[in-house]
Design a protein around this ligand. Structure first.
Ligand SMILES: [Zn+2]
Length: 390
């Protein structure tokens, strides 16, 4: 990966720019420092301005934002909860167009949570692509553990609340089972700016509605590891699909959820986000890894424990966009919104990220639209060329 440091105002021109709302043709994005200062027709650029013209046919779009990344580049966040580990995961995902992410800690001890938060915080101080942290668990339902270690599950106490609300500068996302936490816990998190998502939960419809009323705004990997839709037992999925001010994560890898179910979800009121739930093999060299001391491996595109339980995914964001267009029949521009604009808004970063517009941070991805092959990315105005990696 070659990184080019932009200095004064410079432009990136593309035949198609999707700005998060619409496609504009033959325009250029003017970047100064970390930010976008203007988007204007290529023909109107001052003659003196340095311009990078993308290859014919390439698209430029807001950089992808992935709120669920357990690992990448042969690094698992649970095993390497350090700033260097977080940076290695971010670097592995960047070549697939991810310019912002939340390193995601799978249910672990209080001490590991504390160390992981400090690591993400320290990485975020120097690396603008680290947007915060996602703590998936440990306040989850023992009836829906997935690959999480049941021994880690517990109810939150005062110490947890203090820890989770201790990071004012970053986006903290907590996935929990509403029926396993005390009354008002969700409200207290939400009041402190923590994003709360339902996941690994047996919450009923009524419990989910109550959680939404308290401030829950997310659903982690909708359909997986939660009470299923039932004719007389609607559960969290029905509640999510009726709630316009909520977002749900979709793992579009063809393994986690049938495309028909995801198409059903897209007809609801909630807002979709593409997530990878990625594990260390994504952007790495080794098709296996250890989680909780147990061997996990990638077989036929699935990350699995020996007993066949899915253990995250072998998915990257560029593939998620490609699969969304191909398997869900969604227009490319919608898939790009699900990969960037929607997660930015979910995290409360919608005035800084997820759009290519004046005042937004210059986080962008250039790609070949036929295969969603990533050519270049920009994070806070810093360019990286990925073409040579393919
Ligand atoms: Zn999960």
């Amino acid at each position: 990966m070659s990184v080019v440091n932009g200095s004064g105002p410079h432009a990136v021109a593309a035949s198609c720019i999707f700005d998060g709302v619409a496609v504009v043709r033959d325009n250029a994005v003017i970047i100064e420092g970390a930010h976008i200062v203007d988007v204007k027709p290529f023909a109107d650029l001052p003659a003196s301005m340095p311009v990078r013209v993308l290859p014919g046919g390439a698209w430029l779009a807001p950089g992808f934002i992935d709120v669920q990344v357990n690992g990448g580049g042969d690094v698992l966040f649970n095993d390497t909860p350090t700033a260097a580990g977080v940076n290695a995961i971010a670097a592995a995902h960047r070549r697939y167009g991810t310019t912002g992410l939340l390193p995601t800690l799978i249910s672990d001890t209080y001490d590991k949570m504390r160390v992981a938060m400090a690591a993400a915080q320290s990485a975020a101080a120097d690396n603008p692509s680290v947007l915060g942290i996602h703590l998936e668990g440990p306040f989850l339902s023992p009836e829906k553990p997935g690959v999480h270690d049941l021994a880690m599950f517990r109810a939150p106490d005062e110490r947890d609340l203090k820890l989770l609300t201790s990071w004012p500068a970053g986006a903290v996302l907590v996935t929990l089972a509403p029926e396993r936490v005390p009354a008002a816990f969700i409200a207290e998190l939400a009041r402190s700016g923590v994003r709360v998502a339902l996941g690994h939960s047996m919450a009923t419809y009524a419990q989910t509605k109550a959680a939404i009323a308290e401030g829950l705004t997310g659903f982690t990997h909708l359909f997986n590891a939660m009470r299923p839709l039932g004719s007389r037992d609607p559960g969290p999925i029905a509640a999510a699909l009726e709630a316009p001010a909520t977002w749900f994560g979709m793992i579009v890898d063809g393994e986690h959820v049938a495309p028909e179910m995801l198409r059903l979800a897209l007809r609801g009121a909630a807002r979709p986000m593409l997530v990878t739930d990625a594990m260390p093999p994504v952007g790495g060299q080794t098709p296996s890894f250890r989680l909780y001391g147990q061997e996990m491996s990638v077989r036929d595109g699935r990350c699995m424990r020996d007993d066949g339980t899915l253990a995250g995914a072998a998915l990257d964001m560029a593939s998620a966009v490609r699969n969304t267009v191909r398997d869900l029949g969604v227009p490319l521009t919608s898939a790009l919104r699900f990969a960037s604009t929607e997660p930015a808004e979910f995290l409360g970063l919608g005035t800084m990220l997820g759009r290519i517009d004046q005042g937004f941070r210059a986080d962008m991805v250039a790609f070949d639209p036929s295969h969603i092959e990533v050519l270049e990315t920009w994070v806070a105005g810093q360019a990286a060329n990925h073409k040579t990696r393919h």
